[in-house]
Design a protein around this ligand. Structure first.
Ligand SMILES: *Cc1c(COP(=O)(O)O)cnc(C)c1O
Length: 386
């Protein structure tokens, strides 16, 4: 048996296990157009599963900025940011991010995943304690694992349980981080940031919020810390992504000047990875300018449309533009997605291990680019599933 044979046998056996538990994933070709219209499988569907909360992936000013940067700086960054990949647009983007968050400084990474995978191990190590909300994103866990510290998971949004961990273990560790999301990606609820910040202040724990789904849609677009009435000192590590409401690509951290300065040297996923394409950074700059402008209530619209939907169906009021419809089994979630597809909507079945087994769901996301009529039609189609 050659290594190729044993490798293929390993991969095939793994695939069989995944298929047996309905966890095998496949790609579907999807061509996204403006206004969240997606062409898939020969059908034209209105997508309620994008994270393009403000419709900025197709905004004319954002596209024009990307085109201009492409012509001026070329397609790729050429090298990492510490070599020649730090084109001038980065400084503009980081200035905008820091200002929007009220932080001293910001640092842009290749993606949100890379940001967490780099930030956490740069700040804590094997001697340290890391607390993570049980529903935290996979990249928070990846960063924590890379730090090789003591990782303690607390039940979702349970501040008392987090405190119990601190009471038990904080004194044994020189440094401590607490990791949570501002808006939870699969449930759409928010973290109790004010009590968590107070807890972290009592125990000298560094609070990191992953606000991938908060920027642009809560707190007038400035994110969950701002929505909770907190300052950059209360939440000293605010990270997020430029790939959701901002409509582009990349990850960021907003923090104090010394922290950002340290990460410029020690954020390995930034140091050892090529800079973002200039057009991507330019798109983020243009999109953030629109968010900061807040023109025509842009940032409030996704949540308003989510509320219109939940009110139509008598569901609990949403805390974000993410509305989960728990179906309870992989098959029910898949069937629900298929039926909504027949009604003209693109909606994803979210299954384990992305969410806990038994909570398989349809995850609906609302965007400023949807119309009220789209939302009303979706509500009528969902009514038949519940
Ligand atoms: C999407 C997401 C990320 C990853 O961001 P990318 O820029 O897509 O890598 C990180 N955290 C959360 C909570 C997310 O939803």
């Amino acid at each position: 048996m050659t290594p190729q044979d044993s490798l293929d046998r390993f991969a095939s056996a793994k695939l069989d296990v995944l298929a047996a538990s309905q966890r095998r994933r496949t790609f579907s070709h999807t061509a996204r157009g403006a206004d969240l219209i997606a062409e898939r499988g020969g059908r034209s569907l209105i997508s309620f599963c994008d994270n393009d909360y403000l419709g900025l992936t197709h905004h004319p000013a954002v596209k024009a900025a990307a085109r201009a940067a492409l012509d001026r700086y070329g397609v790729g960054a050429g090298a990492s940011r510490l070599i020649t990949g730090n084109h001038p647009l980065y400084a503009e983007l980081e200035r905008l991010l820091a200002r929007l968050k009220g932080a001293e400084a910001a640092l842009v990474f290749g993606s949100g995943y890379l940001a967490n995978a780099g930030i956490i191990p740069a700040l804590v190590g094997p001697e340290d304690l890391i607390l993570i909300d049980a529903l935290g994103h996979a990249c928070l866990f990846a960063g924590a694992r890379a730090a090789r510290g003591r990782v303690e998971i607390f039940p979702h949004n349970d501040v008392e349980a987090a405190e119990a961990i601190l009471i038990r273990h904080r004194a044994e560790h020189p440094r401590c981080m607490l990791l949570t999301e501002g808006v939870f990606s699969m449930d759409g609820d928010r973290a109790p940031l004010a009590p968590l910040a107070a807890l972290c202040a009592r125990w000298d724990a560094w609070l990191l919020t992953d606000d991938a789904h908060g920027l642009g849609v809560v707190g007038g677009g400035r994110g969950s810390a701002f929505a909770a009435g907190l300052s950059a000192r209360d939440v000293p590590l605010q990270m997020g992504t430029l790939s959701k409401a901002v409509g582009s690509y990349g990850g960021y951290l907003c923090a104090s000047a010394p922290v950002i300065d340290l990460l410029r040297s020690r954020g390995r996923t930034m140091v050892y990875s090529t800079g973002l394409p200039p057009a991507t950074v330019a798109a983020s700059v243009a999109a953030l300018a629109l968010i900061a402008d807040g023109a025509e209530g842009l940032c409030a619209r996704p949540l308003a449309l989510a509320r219109r939907f939940t009110e139509a169906l008598g569901l609990p009021a949403p805390a974000s533009p993410i509305v989960p419809l728990i179906m309870g089994s992989p098959q029910r979630a898949l069937d629900g997605a298929a039926r909504l597809g027949d009604a003209g909507f693109l909606v994803m079945a979210i299954r384990a291990p992305t969410v806990p087994p038994g909570t398989e769901r349809l995850r609906l996301t609302f965007s400023a680019a949807h119309t009220e009529a789209d939302v009303d039609r979706l509500a009528r189609a969902v009514e038949h599933l519940l």
